[in-house]
Design a protein around this ligand. Structure first.
Ligand SMILES: *Cc1c(COP(=O)(O)O)cnc(C)c1O
Length: 426
């Protein structure tokens, strides 16, 4: 940890909190972040020469594992031709086609540079399309850091106990209605009076930003039915779940067709990408086809498109998601058993290859029940795992991820480390 500590001290004087995204600072677990030198497959290597089995995977994008040889090779070849043109390329068509084929709810898609941009733009388009101002989101769902979306927004905010961020004008937040996840009655009550003002409902179909909270049977279905009947645009934020819980995302997994979808993370193959898309009549609102402005100097960047295309090509091979499912259920069994044998009360949730272990006895169904988790115990567990070479997200309120590079041996090692760590935090 010596070099990591020196680097963090230096970074602290140059970058706010020493990091370029808050949760990386390890504040929630009271530690010093490890500085990473490189990654390969399921592993990351820090500047002090330690290796870890990685369950963060850059917060979700690296479903193939670190430095996948085919992805790296493709990026190298693309880079030799040039890094950006600010003009159309065939690569954008190729990735758009792959995305639209995988998500039949979308007729058209626009590439952007991050998940934040995707949700921010999708909401603008939904407002332009409906001529309405208000939006509905759900407690604990994170949709990036755009103003107006930083209301009860999960992980980062939850971790730091800041429900709203200073710097967001009240007049913005005023247009955001926040409702409890998995509570269809609360939703019905609000739209009965408010529907005329509501442009869209945005939701993480599986909430990955307070751990991993699954939708109750019927919840998403009823949302779909009601939004359709009131002319409200339903936006699935699948930045995390897209190509993760299945190739077709949560919408294929739960068989629901939203009006708009936001993507990011995996479709960039480890480079900065986001995307939003939806029905033809909605997407034809987007400039230059329509009047809703949205643009980007580096949008559709050839390196990012190339990494995304290669990643999706590999993901669309036969048996890939079956393999992820097998490995994830192996991990689920292992972690659940380890906690039980060690005598620690936990609840484990999983959607495909994203998962979370909560340190609580109660079922986790929404934001308040997620917050019942014993975060002090989680912190100890996190450090105990790190010490044993297992890199978990440094917050209770984050999902963990598996990649195709994780082996049975990795999982065995993880489960053994978890058993010892559970004993330590008992
Ligand atoms: C990560 C994430 C975002 C934000 O994406 P960035 O690329 O970090 O801006 C938005 N929505 C969800 C569901 C996410 O998981």
């Amino acid at each position: 940890m010596r070099k990591s500590k020196i680097l963090f001290k230096k970074a602290f004087n140059l970058i706010p909190g020493g990091v370029n995204s808050p949760v990386r600072a390890f504040r929630a677990v009271g530690g010093n972040p490890v500085f990473i030198e490189s990654g390969k497959g399921s592993r990351i290597y820090d500047v002090d020469g330690n290796s870890y089995i990685d369950y963060v995977l850059s917060w979700g994008p690296l479903i193939l594992g670190h430095a996948h040889p085919q992805v790296i090779k493709a990026i190298q070849l693309a880079a030799l031709k040039g890094t950006s043109y600010g003009a159309p390329t065939p690569l954008e068509i190729e990735l758009a086609e792959m995305v639209l084929n995988a998500y039949p709810s979308m007729d058209k898609v626009r590439m952007v540079n991050s998940g934040t941009e995707a949700t921010m733009s999708a909401i603008r388009v939904a407002r332009g399309f409906t001529g309405r101002d208000k939006i509905i989101k759900f407690e604990g769902c994170y949709h990036g850091h755009a103003d107006g979306l930083l209301v009860k927004a999960g992980s980062g905010a939850t971790t730091f106990g800041i429900p709203d961020s200073p710097g967001v004008p009240k007049s913005y937040a005023k247009n955001t209605i926040t409702l409890p996840f998995n509570n269809i009655n609360a939703f019905k009550n609000v739209i009965q009076n408010e529907w005329k003002n509501i442009a869209c409902v945005i939701i993480e179909p599986v909430v990955g930003n307070i751990g991993c909270v699954l939708p109750k049977p019927g919840f998403l279905e009823t949302l779909r039915k009601l939004t359709l009947s009131y002319g409200i645009v339903l936006i699935f934020d699948e930045v995390m779940t897209g190509f993760r819980v299945s190739y077709g995302g949560a919408q294929a997994f739960y068989n629901i067709k939203p009006d708009m979808t936001c993507l990011g993370k995996i479709i960039g193959g480890g480079l900065p990408v986001g995307a939003y898309g939806g029905k033809k009549e909605i997407m034809s609102m987007v400039s230059p086809e329509g009047p809703v402005y949205q643009a980007g100097t580096l949008s559709g960047n050839p390196l990012a498109m190339t990494a995304g295309i290669m990643t999706l090509k590999i993901l669309s091979r036969k048996g890939v998601y079956e393999k992820l499912e097998r490995m994830a259920s192996l991990l689920e069994e292992g972690l659940t058993d380890a906690a039980k044998t060690a005598g620690v009360k936990t609840k484990f949730y999983r959607a495909g290859s994203m998962f979370c272990t909560y340190f609580t006895e109660k079922e986790v169904i929404d934001y308040p029940t997620a917050k019942l988790s014993d975060t002090a115990r989680f912190s100890k567990f996190f450090s105990a795992m790190l010490k044993r070479g297992i890199y978990l997200a440094p917050s209770q309120f984050e999902a963990g991820f598996l990649s195709l590079a994780h082996s049975v041996k990795d999982i065995d090692k993880t489960v053994k480390a978890a058993y010892k760590s559970f004993l330590e935090v008992k």
